[in-house]
Design a binder for this molecule. Structure first.
Ligand code: AHG
Ligand code: MN
Ligand code: MN
Length: 344
């Protein structure tokens, strides 16, 4: 009997997939695999909290205290606690950068070989209105010796040094998408079984697309290059799609082709999004899927980070579209230089 129809890669559970991938590296110790599983477990718990969140205000259904007897908190704080706890309980991570904490978080696992940067809940303005939100994470190998707390140098590495990155999207279905530098795979959560199953193997982003995603409420303060690019998109009858949750906007464009832009604006001269736990992880994923991410002048993952919470402009998505906006920005820069020379 031909059993090849039973050999489809889709349907594999996330745990098994991680295990199989680990077998590809003969000297792997399994710590990174365990770390990914810890993140997946926290994602399941956060998914449950998000699904219940609509009930928080309904008296009796989900009181103002959680099962641990703690006061009910905002979901982004809850998500932060869940992920940090999961990472502390595992032994793999020494230090964490979280959007929800100004300071670096030392887990106490001084033997941990990894550092994690995380946006526990992305798209927080969409929580109360039942719109897709997400979690974004990035994993680095520490550079300082084990046996003591992780350092700022461990945390502030270029995106090119990431060993893994991923996101969870809590949407019409919940998905976990991640890369360890060997392609991008997406897993869909099956609620009743409590498992993530491989549903999107070897994701590739289309080289071009006709979706642009930007907050046009800020268009008055776009630079001439960004404004020219957006004008061109409109001239070519692109679709404008902007959810306001980076993860959701990114995920759609990853699957369908398109570009997400968060440029410098009057409100945010450095853009809004954070390099370590929003831009770099998605840049790693998009590049692994054949796309591109840039701050307008250079590749996102080559930016030398200066601070855990620094922001940077981002243009991310289908390669051809990102290169197009970069060309507009290069022209803008050249024009500025010519003007300076003319004035001198
Ligand atoms: P967070 O909820 O983690 O603070 O991130 C919000 C981000 C991102 O998800 C989204 O794309 C962007 O903010 C939207 O910003 P604007 O409202 O300025 O468009
Ligand atoms: Mn965010
Ligand atoms: Mn957030």
């Amino acid at each position: 009997m031909d059993s090849s129809k039973y050999a489809l890669p889709v349907g594999t559970t996330l745990d098994r997939f991680i295990m199989r991938k680990q077998e590809d590296f003969p000297y792997a110790t399994g710590e990174l695999s365990q770390l990914l599983r810890d993140i997946a477990l926290a994602a399941k718990i956060v998914n449950r909290e998000i699904n219940r969140s609509g009930l928080i205000d309904i008296a009796g259904a989900y009181g103002d205290q959680n099962v641990q007897g703690e006061d009910q908190q905002k979901l982004d704080v809850i998500a932060n606690i869940r992920f940090i706890r999961a990472l502390r309980n595992g032994d793999e991570v020494c230090t964490i950068i979280s959007e929800e904490d100004d300071e670096l978080i030392q887990t106490g696992n001084v033997q941990g070989k990894y550092v994690v940067a995380i946006d526990p809940l992305d798209g927080s303005s969409n929580i109360d209105v039942n719109v897709s939100i997400g979690t974004i994470f990035s994993i680095y190998r520490r550079v300082s010796p084990t046996g003591r707390a992780g350092t700022v140098a461990d945390c502030l590495q270029r995106g090119t040094h990431q060993v893994a990155a991923g996101y969870v999207i809590y949407g019409s279905s919940t998905m976990l998408v991640y890369t360890t530098g060997n392609g991008v795979n997406g897993f869909t959560y099956e609620n009743s079984l409590g498992e993530f199953f491989l549903s999107h193997p070897a994701i590739q982003i289309p080289q071009s697309g006709n979706i642009y995603s930007v907050n046009e409420g800020s268009s008055d303060s776009f630079s001439p290059g960004v404004a020219a690019f957006v004008k061109q998109c409109k001239g070519q009858q692109f679709s404008a799609r902007y959810i306001g949750s980076l993860v959701a906007d990114f995920h759609r464009n990853l699957l369908k082709g398109g570009i997400y832009l968060y440029p410098a604006t009057a409100k945010g001269p450095q853009g809004k999004l954070r390099l370590m736990y929003e831009c770099n992880p998605l840049a790693f994923i998009v590049e692994q899927a054949g796309g591109r991410s840039s701050n307008g002048a250079s590749r996102t993952m080559e930016i030398e980070p200066q601070a855990p919470h620094e922001r940077c402009p981002i243009f991310i998505g289908s390669r051809e579209l990102v290169e197009r906006v970069e060309a507009f920005l290069a022209k803008e820069k050249a024009a500025e230089a010519t003007e300076l020379v003319a004035r001198a």
